[in-house]
Design a protein around this ligand. Structure first.
Ligand SMILES: C[S@@+](CC[C@H](N)C(=O)[O-])C[C@H]1O[C@@H](n2cnc3c(N)ncnc32)[C@H](O)[C@@H]1O
Length: 336
């Protein structure tokens, strides 16, 4: 048996992986997927629609084909890959462009990572949320809303809240989870708890979705401020890598104390597997926190289960929420 040949292909790809992000951003900027969907199906048509030379349209098309973002149909015309057609066409309700470019401003930071890794400055607690303004929160949540509504719908498909009375949406942001939950589950009310500048923006999304009579907001810091009481279900989504183990354990324990007996908590976040070996996405979200000077890190499935059990939750479990990206840790507060 001959040993598999070891070569540098993978390492070379990694060394230039940033070029793929750059091409994807350019395709978004030039509305490549929107033009393809709108009928520009050849390089010449795309060049006209995007305002590029034919040579540059061809360069973009060649890379996008290689990345699987667009494809050739049977007649040789260019069509979007299924995910690009669903999520990358402007004007569609599912358009996720703001989310795809959500971290674009961090690009220069990633390329000074070496210096950051050796910087001895101690981390701050709130990281990117230090000095948050309403304006920054509005921009930030235009992106989280574009992806959060889908996640909120998924939450309502996978978690049965029939009979629940009041949802506490910790770090609820745009309110995407609460908006979906009160629309799906009759009689349910919700409170979005988030930093004060964010709740101004949350209110705008609640008004826009016609749920302001069923969802209210509460401004505060879930690490240091008291949490609203009287809720029988709590969700905390997409906050996990932003915080240290101590602070996630603290919020889970505070939520346990605030919930009604019999209430349940769902912690949704990018989570490493039990061995701490991937998925890569969860590992990178933990690393991204270095760019904001926070104490955030990646947490494993086992860490999450431990936070819940240490808080006193029973029936603790962890399940995939979006396979390869997000898991959901759940637990129930005993009735006595
Ligand atoms: C990535 S967003 C997720 C928003 C929403 N849960 C979703 O999934 O669409 C994280 C949210 O948590 C909020 N957050 C972070 N730290 C917080 C804290 N210490 N207290 C209250 N809210 C916080 C942020 O302001 C932001 O709205």
């Amino acid at each position: 048996m001959t040993e598999p040949r070891i070569d540098t292909t993978r390492l070379q790809r990694l060394a230039r992986a940033y070029t793929e992000s750059a091409v994807f951003y350019a395709a978004i900027d030039l509305d490549l997927f929107t033009h393809v969907s709108g009928g520009a199906r050849s390089i010449a048509d795309l060049a006209t629609a995007m305002g590029t030379s034919e040579l540059n349209a061809e360069r973009l098309v060649v890379v996008a084909l290689a990345m699987g973002l667009i494809e050739y149909a049977g007649d040789g015309s260019i069509v979007n890959a299924a995910d690009c057609e669903k999520f990358m066409v402007k004007g569609s309700g599912r358009y996720a462009g703001p989310w795809m470019t959500f971290t674009r401003h961090e690009v220069p930071d990633w390329f000074t990572l070496t210096a950051k890794l050796t910087d001895p400055t101690p981390p701050s607690e709130l990281g990117m949320y230090d000095d948050l303004t309403v304006e920054r929160a509005r921009k930030y949540h235009s992106a989280t809303y574009s992806i959060g509504m889908g996640a909120g719908r998924r939450f309502c498909r996978t978690v049965d809240l029939v009979g629940k009375k009041h949802l506490l949406d910790l770090g609820g942001g745009s309110g995407a989870y609460s908006i979906n939950a009160v629309q799906v589950f009759e009689g349910l009310k919700a409170t979005v708890f988030d930093l004060p500048p964010v709740t101004v923006v949350t209110q705008e999304y609640l008004d826009r979705n016609g749920v302001a009579d069923r969802v209210d907001t509460c401004g505060g810091d879930f690490i240091n401020d008291p949490l609203p009481t009287g809720c029988d279900v709590a969700v905390m989504a997409s906050n996990l890598p932003i915080y240290s183990a101590e602070n996630i354990a603290k919020v889970v324990a505070k939520t346990f104390a605030a919930l009604e007996p019999g209430g349940e908590m769902h912690l949704i976040g990018e989570t490493l597997n039990a061995e701490g070996v991937g998925p890569l996405d969860a590992a990178l979200w933990g690393m991204a926190e270095i760019n904001f000077g926070s104490g955030g890190r990646s947490h494993t499935v086992t860490d999450c289960i431990n936070y819940f059990e240490a808080a006193g939750f029973v029936d603790v479990g962890n399940t995939d929420f979006v396979p390869g990206t997000l898991t959901r840790t759940t637990g129930r507060k005993p009735t006595a």
